[in-house]
Design a protein around this ligand. Structure first.
Ligand SMILES: Cc1cc2nc3c(=O)[nH]c(=O)nc-3n(C[C@H](O)[C@H](O)[C@H](O)COP(=O)(O)OP(=O)(O)OC[C@H]3O[C@@H](n4cnc5c(N)ncnc54)[C@H](O)[C@@H]3O)c2cc1C
Length: 461
């Protein structure tokens, strides 16, 4: 009898697991991939993709409002949430089927089941059946945090449930200050809901550039979103269909839904990791891995959100691909986690790559800041009260642009392309040498000539 049934068992059919299974099978490995919920994982089923569809839908409200200044008379528009959700679900089902088909086409076997370790080479399926594999890849992703068990926590929804609400909430309270909380705050505000954001910290978007944080907050407040910082939800009461959230600052807020988006944790529980000997990284609670995504057990690897490194879809995909090339493709590949472009799809959206001003000033002795805050051309006729923020951070010793931050429509698309320049170590002189493309908002990025601030950090003797 052969020692192993297969070469690779992938636990989790999300962004990272699917890519790894497909590429490993292409390299000739005998592969099985187990998914306990729906193929495609968080990104496709209840993350990036459905969220962006809701962002598009809600942004249409802005377009309708802006139309009058351009001469359009649009009859009172109405919006139907169940139609949007049904159309979104149809698209998600199509993608789920495509993910399954693509993995199977590559020759991997898809198992619609949960899998757990029995030992370092053996996985038990929900049916009780076991599979022995030479290598195992853990790609189980993450899940929303519930936070402390406050009274009434059972009434609170997370980003998992928000995609399936039967009706549009007229009023919603969202606790959290990260990207998921803000994106949903803007989605619901766009649909006309009355939105309150409650966040325990000083300002939203912790970890982002300070100017970005301030700008986003002010733009969201202009859209009528109430943002309460420095407080938390301590209790949620339900009366019929209504909820009252009691806050730590003594106030209470009535709403039709209460959503918490207070971070996510790696899916490591009940996987049998201890039976396999897989160690957890004590710093972040994710699976500990080296630069090749290898765990403490030589034949077991882990990629994506379960390692809690950079929790983004393209990162999970890149890590999955690198794993498959390294183990089955005779090509050692490490993923470079520096200068990852990232976006927040709030409205207006945020696009950012590289260092924040605070990080750059801690790292470099001479830092120049170029900053523009301007009214976008479209707002001149639409009359919308909005402004765009663009900020470049330059290591003044080498002239290298080490950070780009944009808040404004199209910011994510701009930053995807800017990410190439930053990755190539473009200098401010390279930006200056690039001809402006007129009339665009992005031309500001190559026409900011004078620093708005210069920081010189003299090292202590
Ligand atoms: C609301 C929301 C919005 C987001 N928006 C963005 C965005 O705009 N851009 C971006 O880049 N990222 C975004 N993300 C993050 C992105 O979705 C994740 O980084 C990405 O999905 C991680 O991929 P993964 O393969 O590591 O895990 P996942 O995609 O989470 O896949 C893990 C899979 O493993 C399965 N699983 C778990 N345990 C087992 C088991 N024992 N047996 C079998 N199957 C198991 C799960 O059911 C799941 O399907 C968002 C996330 C959320 C929640």
């Amino acid at each position: 009898m052969a020692e192993f049934d297969i070469d690779l068992f992938v636990v989790g059919g999300g962004s990272g697991g699917v890519r790894a299974a497909r590429i490993a099978a292409n390299h000739g490995a005998r592969v099985m991939i187990a998914e306990e919920y729906r193929m495609g994982g968080t990104c496709v089923i209840r993350g990036c993709v459905p969220k962006k569809l809701l962002v598009y839908a809600s942004h249409i409200h802005h377009e309708i409002e802006d139309a009058a200044g351009f001469g359009w008379t649009i009859p009172q528009a109405t919006f139907d949430w169940p139609t949007l959700i049904a159309n979104k679900d149809k698209e998600i089902a199509r993608l789920e089927a495509a993910y399954t088909a693509n993995v199977e086409k590559a020759g991997a076997r898809v198992l619609k089941t949960r899998a757990e370790f029995v030992d370092a080479n053996t996985l038990r399926l929900a049916s009780g059946e076991t599979v022995r594999s030479k290598y195992v890849l853990i790609a189980t992703g993450g899940a929303p945090n519930h936070g402390v068990a406050i009274p009434g926590i059972e009434h609170v929804i997370s980003s998992n449930e928000v995609f399936h609400l039967p009706s549009l909430p007229r009023r919603i309270l969202i606790q959290g200050g990260g990207y998921i909380a803000l994106e949903f705050a803007c989605i619901f505000a766009g649909f006309g809901s009355d939105v309150t954001v409650v966040y325990r910290g000083e300002n939203v978007l912790r970890g982002f550039d300070e100017d970005v944080r301030a700008h986003v907050r002010s733009e969201m407040e202009k859209e009528g979103i109430t943002i309460l910082t420095g407080c938390t939800v301590n209790r949620v009461d339900k009366h019929g269909k209504d909820f009252t959230s009691h806050l730590s600052n003594g106030s209470s807020i009535a709403s039709d839904q209460v959503m918490f988006a207070i971070g996510r944790h790696p899916n490591v529980a009940n996987l049998g990791l201890e039976k396999a000997g897989v160690a957890i990284n004590p710093e972040n609670g994710g699976i500990a891995v080296d630069r090749f995504s290898r765990t403490s057990v030589p034949n077991i690897y882990a990629i994506g959100d379960v390692t809690h490194r950079v929790n983004l879809t393209p990162v999970a995909i890149r890590e999955g691909h690198a794993f498959a090339d390294t183990v089955f493709g005779k090509r050692q590949v490490q993923v470079d986690h520096a200068d990852i472009p990232t976006a927040v799809f709030c409205q207006p959206e945020v696009g950012t790559v590289g260092l924040t001003e605070t990080q750059a000033r801690a790292q470099f002795s001479h830092v120049d800041i170029y900053k523009a805050n301007f009214r976008p051309m479209k707002a001149t006729l639409s009359g919308r009260d909005t402004s765009v923020l663009m900020k470049l951070i330059v290591d003044a010793t080498t002239d290298r642009v080490v950070g780009c931050h944009i808040v404004g429509d199209g910011a994510a698309e701009m930053v995807q392309v800017l990410g190439i320049a930053v990755k190539m170590k473009a200098t401010k002189a390279d930006f200056d040498a690039t001809m402006a493309l007129h009339p665009t908002a992005a031309e500001e990025l190559v026409t900011m000539r004078t620093p708005t601030a210069r920081h010189v950090h003299v090292a202590a003797e």
